[in-house]
Ligand binder design. Structure first.
Ligand code: DAH
Length: 356
């Protein structure tokens, strides 16, 4: 082999040994064996030689080409293997690593309470009913035995919408979920057992009132329903909700247009410590009563055959009491620090492990 071929060989082998990645390896390959590579050019020059010279030179070049081909091939393989090795190392997944421990999303306490109410009443055979946020005055007031000019209409600080027709009274943002009682009785034959959690609206804003808040309505219609059923149902609900099997519950005579008799429901608590079920004070938590015969009649039910009870509670209020949340306004401020503190993991489903 001539000196020039020796030099080409040793130079190529040396630079191959130095090549660490595919790009530099490929540059060497093309520079030597490619179309106008150093070796290819030498091979092309054979054609210009005399047959004697060509024979000897040709053999030497062929040997060199085979040797370099093998060397290039081997180095290429080694570089590819090293690259794969490095990739596998860097992309390694540690399957034993614990899952991200901070949950990325949290359930708002309002939604959590609605879930809990649904679970508790659901276990008692209630289903969930819904109604629109924009309600007719008839559903929100009249059918609920709250006629025109009744003081309750103004007490509610109602948001009235612009009238769409001259003949029909303007619609309202519902001030209570009680209208869902009417919608349910009009569309579902009794027996009825529903709760209706949802948004309600009143023009009121301070530490304990928000223009938008949530209520949960309840309605039971059947034959032979008495005040005893009402009491049993609500005592059971409150004791499970607050997780206090001996929670004192008091029924206090009151007035609502759509129930007769009507009762506020109080639970025992301590004014001093705020402890639910402790102390000797009483705290009002919801309104209830036997469905007024006129409400039944407004929905086409014969009060001589069907009776029932109804109740309504403020979801924010119950949530604040249960979770020790001091200010109602914080529910709607979308402060993530607040939500991280009071929110619930979306994975911690409500279960009634102890049953109803
Ligand atoms: N709708 C009443 C309110 O907003 C709450 C209420 C009281 C609902 C008694 C009822 C009930 O169904 O029977 O204050």
């Amino acid at each position: 082999m001539g000196d020039d071929l020796e030099a080409l060989k040793s130079e190529t082998l040396e630079s191959l040994a130095q090549a660490q990645d595919h790009a530099s390896w490929d540059a060497i390959r093309v520079g030597v064996l490619g179309k106008s590579g150093r070796l290819t050019v030498l091979l092309k020059e054979l054609g210009k030689m005399t047959p004697e010279m060509r024979k000897e030179r040709g053999q030497a070049l062929n040997r060199l080409r085979d040797a370099l081909n093998t060397a290039v091939e081997e180095r290429g393989q080694a570089i590819a293997e090293a690259a794969l090795e490095a990739r596998l190392k860097s992309e390694q997944v540690d399957v034993s690593m614990p899952a991200v421990s901070t949950p990325l999303g949290l359930l708002h306490p309002i939604n959590r309470t609605i879930e809990e109410m649904t679970a508790i009443f659901g276990a008692m055979g209630f289903s969930v009913a819904e109604g629109p946020d924009i309600e007719s005055q008839w559903h929100n007031f009249s059918a609920l035995n709250t006629p025109d000019h009744h003081p309750a209409r103004t007490e509610h600080d109602t948001f009235y919408l612009p009238a769409s027709h001259e003949e029909s009274p303007p619609r309202v943002l519902r001030t209570q979920t009680s209208g869902v009682q009417i919608r349910t009785m009009l569309t579902e034959p009794p027996p009825i057992r529903v709760i209706a959690p949802g948004r309600t609206y009143r023009a009121d804003h301070d530490a304990t009132h928000s223009p938008m808040f949530h209520q949960c309505e309840g309605l039971v219609i059947d034959q032979g329903i008495t005040l005893g059923h009402l009491k049993g149902c609500l005592i059971e609900f409150l004791r499970i909700f607050f997780d206090k099997p001996n929670l004192p519950v008091r029924f206090r005579a009151s007035y609502f247009p759509f129930t007769e008799p009507s009762m506020e429901v109080d639970i025992g608590w301590s004014r001093q410590t705020g402890e639910i079920g402790g102390g000797t004070d009483w705290l009002e938590v919801l309104g209830s009563g036997m469905v007024h015969p006129r409400v039944l009649a407004n929905c086409g039910l014969d009060p001589a055959i069907w009776q029932g009870f109804a109740f309504g509670m403020g979801i924010e209020r119950l949530t604040m009491l249960k979770n020790g949340i001091p200010d109602l306004r914080s529910f709607y401020e979308s402060d993530l620090r607040w939500l991280r503190h009071y929110g619930f993991s979306a994975l911690s489903s409500v279960s009634l492990a102890e049953g109803v």
